[in-house]
Design a protein. Structure first.
Length: 190
């Protein structure tokens, strides 16, 4: 296996095929962000790729190839610190400051609609954050497992930080703005 780092492509797996053919398989995801003001007017929109953490890659391998227990509930967190995602970020030491400045009592669940054509998405049930303060949001993370993965700000519950994604620059939000996030994860061969 070769590892390729960088935004959007976190793992590169080369599989030898007959006659020297090589297939390149890359798990990753696209995060489609949208923020609307309290009147429903679009404030900003951005589509960015994620970084799968080392903790996330270990999770993928452990569940797929080593019979580990699958995490069945995933949650979306947003962060308010200017953080560059790093492969070594973990649930316990995420490297960012999570924003808790939204009305929802818990982190929104990532509600997927099943796998189709090597892709899975929450587009039918987007993660939603109704902001309750003026902040600058820099990105988000997908977390699960442990004892408190749905709890805002939790870093002690023993969960897994699967992946995270950061904007090219911070995005302003204020009270009653609504951020909606669609995460589409793919495993494709090029």
């Amino acid at each position: 296996m070769k590892e390729k780092s960088g935004a959007g492509n976190s793992i590169r797996v080369e599989i030898e095929r007959r006659a020297g053919m090589v297939e390149d398989s890359r798990p990753g995801s696209v995060w489609d962000w949208e923020c609307r003001d309290k009147n429903g007017h679009l404030k900003w929109r951005e589509s960015i790729h994620n970084l799968v953490t080392e903790e996330g890659r270990d999770y993928y391998l452990d569940v797929a190839l080593s019979s580990a227990t699958q995490i069945t509930a995933w949650y979306v967190a947003i962060f308010e610190s200017d953080h560059t995602p790093a492969a070594g970020n973990t649930y316990a030491v995420p490297g960012y400051t999570e924003s808790e400045a939204y009305d929802e009592a818990t982190r929104p669940a990532w509600t997927e609609a099943g796998v189709s054509s090597q892709s899975i998405t929450n587009s039918a049930s987007k993660a939603s954050f109704t902001m309750n303060a003026t902040k600058t949001i820099y990105g988000g993370a997908l977390v699960g497992g442990g004892t408190d993965a749905n709890t805002k700000g939790d870093a002690a519950g023993g969960g897994t930080l699967l992946c995270l994604s950061a904007f090219s620059s911070g995005k302003p939000v204020e009270d009653d703005d609504v951020i909606k996030l669609t995460i589409t994860a793919t495993m494709s061969a090029s």
